[in-house]
Design a protein around this ligand. Structure first.
Ligand code: SF4
Length: 282
């Protein structure tokens, strides 16, 4: 034998005896296959039978469950607030109108220059909507948004002395302002929790967490106002919006990383240790 060349030793597992597809004498083809290819280890997801099932009287809006959801949200998102850059109620109102069908990041790219160019509500009120269009074009739906912003500015100047009203009914008289926008301004700027902001994240996640079965923002808000304590309305909205951005995506939510996972029975979970609730949808 040449120096430095060691003879190959048979593997301890005996794999050299198991030629792929070869049948071991006295075994069936099925057995032989299972001998040749050891089964892969299973995923660490418990079998359905081992998963904790919902008890008979399961109530998704039971106070105990809601308190647990709120507690975990507090731990996950203790100090969150609105991500739209603003320094006044007017700027927040404009940013919120512009954020419809857009992202906060996109809006935050536009607003610093916008507020530098038109520093007061009066400056916006003096515009024709067409003049504003090029400045807000990148946020999408720019014609409607320009009309809403200029219309709101004119009304605030003519009816409210140039001050954004801190009242839901009055805010709802402004062009382009519905409950979602009014709730953002009242909650974030005026610190008045008179409703729950229902944007696309709150819509989706409230349904996944079975806090509502409704599909219309106004009805979802009503349901949330019944089960969430009023002092939590503002923070809850912000927390859920952040949860939607960080983990609970519309597509492929990151359930394996979600601290709410073992109390969430959403039908479109990507990973689950609990029974899926067929009625809970995104
Ligand atoms: S477990 Fe999944 S679906 Fe449920 S809240 Fe968390 S990320 Fe969303």
């Amino acid at each position: 034998m040449p120096r430095g060349v060691a003879p190959r030793q048979p593997a301890r597992t005996g794999r050299q005896d198991r030629v792929k597809g070869a049948r071991v004498p006295g075994t069936s083809a099925k057995t032989a296959k299972s001998v040749a290819r050891p089964p892969k280890p299973r995923q660490a997801i418990p079998k359905p039978s081992a998963r904790p099932a919902k008890s008979k009287g399961y109530d998704p809006v039971a106070p105990k469950r809601v308190v647990e959801i709120l507690k975990r949200l507090d731990q996950m998102y203790p100090d969150v607030t609105c991500a739209l850059t603003h320094s006044s109620a007017w700027e927040l109102l404009v940013a919120t109108i512009l954020s419809a069908q857009s992202t906060d990041v996109n809006v935050n790219r536009v607003t610093p220059e916008l507020f530098r160019k038109y520093p007061t509500v009066e400056a916006f009120a003096a515009l024709a909507p067409e003049q504003l269009e090029p400045d807000v074009r990148s946020t999408g739906f720019f014609r409607n948004k320009s009309k809403s912003v200029v219309g709101a500015a004119k009304k605030i100047v003519s009816d409210f002395g140039g001050q954004v009203p801190d009242d839901m009914e009055k805010l709802l008289t402004l062009p382009g302002v519905a409950r979602k926008t009014a709730n953002v301004v009242l909650g974030t700027w005026f610190k008045k929790g008179v409703g729950v902001v229902v944007d696309t994240h709150v819509h989706r996640i409230s349904r996944r967490l079975e806090l509502t079965k409704e599909d219309e923002p106004q009805k979802i808000e009503q349901d949330l106002m019944k089960v969430i304590p009023q002092e939590k309305w503002i923070l809850f909205s912000h927390q859920i919006i952040w949860h939607g951005r960080k983990l609970c995506y519309a597509r492929k939510p990151k359930c394996a990383d979600c601290p709410l996972e073992n109390i969430c029975h959403a039908a479109d979970k990507t990973w689950s240790t609990v029974e899926i609730h067929k009625n809970a949808k995104a």
